[in-house]
Write a protein that binds this ligand. Structure first.
Ligand SMILES: Nc1nc2c(ncn2[C@@H]2O[C@H](COP(=O)(O)OP(=O)(O)O)[C@@H](O)[C@H]2O)c(=O)[nH]1
Ligand SMILES: [Mg+2]
Length: 202
């Protein structure tokens, strides 16, 4: 598939600011600076849609992007930024947990990890949470341009092992810099969205 239309539909700091339900949602999770905004821009072909930041930890909201008027990509606030106060971290946790556990339109969460660092304890914790709620199964290894050949295979093996992926779970290496790997990811997302539509009419 191709994304021909994308728009930032809502920037939510609380539930009342979520868009009205009615479209399937695929959320993106990952630590600050993992490359979430860059991936979103790559997928939509719009360089400035999501703000790419050199300094991590800025996004404290859940951002809803409407795609092709057919589904939403939901950008969750990044975790693992050391410089935020504990009270902020708690607020972050509540906000994400509330969305993940109680949003009827949520189909799946794409977990982003950086290909040139082994998954962090927080990545593992996040992914365990997704498993518990049955939202797991798709992982993106970002910044794929930073490793090549054998090293890439080794990194992916490390990711699979650390997160405890099953055979059927998928890891997509993507580079926003080199613009590679995103088409495969988008096809997988589109398949999930359509599966959801079929299940709803059954
Ligand atoms: N080399 C490389 N750098 C990337 C890639 N994607 C993002 N970055 C850089 O990583 C930093 C964080 O990116 P951003 O998209 O803002 O991450 P976010 O905090 O997860 O939204 C920026 O400096 C980006 O330029 C990539 O595919 N390759
Ligand atoms: Mg971002």
């Amino acid at each position: 598939m191709k994304i021909t239309k994308s728009e930032l539909e809502a920037v939510a700091a609380r539930r009342s600011q979520y868009p009205a339900p009615g479209l399937p949602e695929i959320a993106f999770a990952g630590r600050s600076n993992v490359g979430k905004s860059s991936l979103l821009n790559l997928l939509t072909g719009r360089k400035g849609l999501a703000k790419v930041s050199g300094s991590p930890g800025k996004t404290r909201t859940i951002n809803f992007y409407k795609i092709n008027d057919a589904f939403r990509i939901v950008d969750l606030p990044g975790y693992g930024f050391a410089k935020v106060a504990r009270s902020e971290t708690e607020k972050w946790g509540e906000m994400i947990e509330s969305y993940l556990t109680d949003r009827e339109d949520l189909v799946k969460v794409v977990q982003l990890v950086d290909i040139h660092h082994a998954p962090s304890a927080q990545d593992v914790q996040m992914y365990d949470f997704l498993k518990y709620y049955g939202l797991d199964g798709i992982v993106v290894a970002t910044k794929a341009d930073k490793v090549s050949g054998n090293e890439r295979q080794r990194s992916i093996a490390t990711i699979r092992k650390s997160l405890g992926l099953r055979k059927e779970d998928k890891v997509f290496p993507v580079s926003a810099l080199k613009r590679t790997g995103h088409e495969e990811l988008l096809d997988a997302i589109w398949q999930l969205v359509n599966q959801q539509a079929v299940e709803e009419t059954e």
